[in-house]
Design a protein around this ligand. Structure first.
Ligand code: AHR
Length: 613
């Protein structure tokens, strides 16, 4: 029986408590929320992004064409372009099965081209069954210029191909095709079904742009001085201004990101859905298996200044340096930034905190009204977590971000996690959490857990499930909240739970007591979960959990690695997210995906001889 005490005053629940966390993982941006239909539109794909890429990935050539990286480029930040031979054409295959068009809908094409006078560009959409729209012709001449055309699709197809043909030698860049029907009809905007699914949650905040995307790779900028660094941490200035001037980047998750969905678009989307924007900036300590503290005072100062500039971009008057950039992009009014996070899951708590304090001091000196959020490491327990929390507590930090991905049993058994948190200490931002799966039982376990978050709404101020989006053909991480491909999107059970809480947020907790506690089913005997950051050459941060989520073993390899020497010969192979039937001898056969990039692997092993490592 449950007894309510309506007279007693429980914690107040803020409207912003439940939000979403958007990271460009699983092709959540390009090939996802960003509605661009052409893949690799600026020929910038590179083996630095992914060993399988070339600058012509997703393109086929009929005739002659060559990708150039020379002084004839469109601009300094968009370095490669296509030299298409006379009488030749290039065709783009889009994402998933191809370019999706719907009968009767409009599609807008644009391209930057440099051509001799009298050159005609013919642009067309087709699939194996024939044309999907009447082809358009564009007369091109002279130095780099933007040309546009639009189509009405005559048939619906999920397998469209988009072709540009030229009568004479032509230089091409930024070959783009957008549906006219984007979210809120914004040109070059967001894919409607996905944006509307996020909007339907009525999230209190949007945390962006990552995740591991933020604090991995080089902290250098994209310039001649840094050798046009391709594996850069997410730096907001790369992502604003005209799209053709946004230097693409190698994504931590193994693909290229165009930054067509950048900081301006994130802020605008947050505003459009009535959510508080919550950006995350890198703190010059890499995480997610990279775990390096960058010791470079000048670079640190530059990043701190970039963060102050970001606040000006969001909140400054349209006459200020960065407010002007925002105004020119179409939003003279400030976006009203109130919260900002520094860092993500740093594994080196002391090094992180020393840098965090400098960011915080600089931000608070100029913007005392902004809440600066700190971090607690990649896990919800252990030395890193304890040290990070101690430093944050001693430093009087306002709010600390926690992340955890555990079994549904763990979520059921840890409903009381925040009951014992210090009421005088920093508040909690549960920036990433999920039970391992998209099944009904996972949604249920998360719902049960969220009642514990809510009961502790005086301590837990913000919470977001992670990750938000996954394109089913490009998955780096599962489970995810919303799934999609090039033609459809669908919600998980976990989404329905988030929606239930986000669209029914109360004002205040009504204290209650239960006289019986429902039974919680026990762990699956012998099942263990292994999560590890690994590359084909190395591994790091290995953790083994029992099926009920308890940590059995963990090692960040800062010291003795002997206990992890794997037995089978050859390389590690990792089958991400699969349940393997294995015996003791086979227990360490983790895979090598042949991928040199650090990745987080999740492996569930059903041990037949013993549980544990
Ligand atoms: O949500 C997926 C990843 O999980 C995030 O990028 C990272 O912060 C965490 O490890």
């Amino acid at each position: 029986a449950i007894t309510l005490d309506p007279a007693a005053k429980g914690a107040a629940i803020a409207d912003t408590m439940y939000g979403v966390f958007f990271e460009d993982i699983n092709r959540a941006a390009d090939g996802g929320l960003y509605a661009e239909l052409v893949q690799n539109r600026s020929f910038e794909y590179s083996t630095a992004d992914n060993a399988a890429y070339t600058p012509l990935t997703s393109w086929t050539v009929d005739g002659t064409a060559e990708v150039a990286d020379d002084a004839g480029r469109l601009n300094e930040r968009n370095r490669t372009y296509l030299k298409l031979g006379a009488g030749s054409s290039v065709t783009n295959a889009g994402y998933n099965t191809g370019i999706r068009v719907e009968q009767g809908k409009r599609y807008d094409f644009s391209v930057w081209a440099r051509a001799g006078s009298g050159t005609t560009l013919t642009v067309g959409l087709k699939d194996a069954a024939g044309p999907l729209a009447t082809a358009r012709q564009v007369a091109a001449k002279g130095d780099w210029r933007k040309y546009t055309a639009s189509f009405t699709a005559t048939r619906t197809s999920n397998r469209g191909r988009f072709t540009v043909a030229a009568t004479a030698a032509t230089a091409l860049d930024m070959v783009s095709l957008f549906p006219r029907d984007t979210y809120k009809h914004q040109p070059g905007g967001l894919r409607k079904d996905l944006a509307e699914k996020i909007e339907a949650l009525r999230p209190g905040f949007v945390r962006f742009p990552g995740g591991c995307l933020v604090n991995t790779g080089s902290m250098a900028d994209y310039s001649a001085a840094s050798g046009y660094q391709r594996k850069r941490a997410y730096q907001w200035k790369d992502t604003v201004g005209p799209v053709e001037e946004r230097a693409t980047n190698a994504n931590f998750w193994g693909y290229n990101q165009s930054y067509g969905l950048g900081y301006y678009e994130y802020f605008r989307f947050a505003e459009d859905i009535g959510a508080m924007p919550l950006p995350v900036v890198p703190a010059l300590v890499t995480g997610c298996g990279q775990n390096k503290a960058v010791d470079d005072e000048a670079l640190l100062k530059r990043h701190i200044q970039d963060t102050l500039d970001l606040i000006e971009f969001a909140n400054g008057p349209a006459t200020s340096t960065w407010g002007k950039v925002r105004a020119r992009m179409g939003h003279p009014k400030p976006f009203g930034l109130t919260h900002l996070e520094v860092g993500n899951e740093e594994n080196l708590p002391r090094e992180f905190y020393a840098r965090f304090e400098k960011f915080r001091a600089a931000i608070e000196a100029e913007h005392p009204d902004i809440t600066v959020i700190s971090n607690s490491g990649p896990d919800d327990s252990g030395t890193v977590f304890d040290t990070a929390w101690q430093l944050n507590r001693e430093g009087g930090v306002d709010m600390v971000d926690e992340h955890y991905y555990n079994s549904p049993q763990w979520f059921l058994q840890n409903n009381d996690r925040y009951d014992s948190y210090d009421r005088q200490g920093p508040k909690v931002f549960l920036g990433e959490y999920a039970s391992q799966g998209n099944a009904w039982k996972n949604g249920l376990a998360e719902a049960a857990y969220m009642t514990g978050l809510e009961r502790n709404a005086d301590v837990v101020k913000l919470a977001s499930y992670a990750p938000l989006l996954a394109n089913e053909d490009y998955v780096q991480w599962r489970p995810d909240l919303i799934w999609f491909n090039n033609r459809a999107s669908w919600n998980s059970a976990n989404y329905e739970v988030q929606k239930l809480f986000m669209t029914n947020t109360g004002d205040r907790v009504v204290p209650s007591t239960a006289t019986t506690t429902p039974a919680v089913s026990g762990p699956i005997t012998g099942a263990v979960g292994l999560s590890t950051w690994a590359t084909s050459a190395a591994y790091d941060d290995v953790k083994v959990t029992s099926a009920d989520g308890a940590t059995l073993l963990s090692d960040d390899f800062s010291g003795d690695a002997a206990q992890w020497t794997h037995r089978g010969a050859g390389a590690w192979t990792v089958r991400d997210g699969q349940y393997l039937q294995t015996d003791e001898a086979a227990e360490n056969t983790l895979v090598t995906a042949g991928d040199p990039a650090w990745k987080n692997y999740d492996l569930h092993v059903k041990a037949t001889k013993k549980s544990g490592k």
